[in-house]
Design a protein around this ligand. Structure first.
Ligand code: NAD
Length: 234
């Protein structure tokens, strides 16, 4: 295998699990007690905006009681030390990667701490509750919604992600079930471009067979060990 210079890391809900944030497919296939269709679709937002806004208000408020874990810290350490290209693409809507210090980071599914204007598309940092009908500071429309990419909507920055995967030598997937597209297809793109592929996950995922190597265990142990070995091998 050629030397590793350019790395893309994809993270999912599993990387934040040890911080105490529930993964998507918790007990009974529910997310914090809700069917995904009821809180994570444009239809849900239209039919019951109060429920959808309250759901994300609670997720946003819960961020105050959690801290980045060893996996977030290890990725931030990699971000600081890696002299080649690095892009951390997270499907997570929490802010734990940036609170650990990661900067080469992109939230493809939106962010809890941001509001999106459904009228003009402006995205604004947002803390606290976001009641339906909140006014956009840019255009004045009473149209702010949680800045979350719902099922059926297009993830953010796909152009940047496609470019980074096209140029990477190593693609690493951490704590993601491989069930949500297009992220679940990234490993295939990386393979087609000749990158090495590594999965770090608690258990085998839907995409495990696609990776050159799968390491099974908690992200809080696997990620620091992988980062240490990678930095030591430079
Ligand atoms: P998922 O819940 O579908 O899958 C999580 C994966 O992580 C599973 O394969 C599970 O085995 C693994 N896992 C659980 N605990 C782990 C640990 N300690 N260490 C390593 N792996 C562990 O999540 P997903 O694949 O990210 O897709 C779900 C969608 O849900 C995402 O789009 C995301 O936006 C949203 N979501 C985000 C958050 C968050 O921001 N923290 C939380 C829940 C859901």
């Amino acid at each position: 295998m050629h030397a590793i210079r350019n790395i893309v890391v994809l993270t999912g809900a599993g990387v934040s699990a040890e911080s105490g944030i529930a993964t998507f497919r918790g007990p009974g296939g529910l997310w914090e007690g809700h069917r995904v269709e009821d809180v994570c679709t444009p239809e849900a937002l239209r039919s019951d905006p109060a429920l959808v806004h309250r759901f994300y208000d609670l997720r946003r408020a819960a961020l105050g009681g959690v801290e980045p874990n060893a996996a977030h810290h290890a990725l931030a350490r990699l971000d600081r030390a890696w002299t080649g290209e690095l892009l951390i693409v997270t499907q997570n809507v929490d802010d734990l990667h940036e609170r650990a210090g990661a900067t080469r980071l992109l939230h493809m599914h939106g962010e809890l701490c941001s509001a999106l204007c459904a009228a003009c598309g402006t995205r604004t940092p947002h803390r606290g509750a976001l009641p339906p009908g909140s006014a956009c500071a840019a255009c004045g429309a009473a149209a702010l919604r949680p800045d979350i990419v719902f099922f059926g909507e297009i993830p953010y920055r796909m152009d940047r992600i496609v470019d980074a995967i096209g140029a990477c030598d190593l693609f690493v997937s951490i704590g993601t079930s491989g069930a949500v597209y297009p992220a679940a297809g990234f490993v295939q793109w990386a393979r087609e471009r000749g990158a090495a592929t590594l999965e770090l996950n608690l258990e085998r995922s839907a995409g495990s067979a696609m990776f050159d190597e799968s390491r099974l265990g908690p992200a809080g142990e696997l990620v620091p060990a992988w980062v240490d070995a990678l930095l030591a091998a430079r």
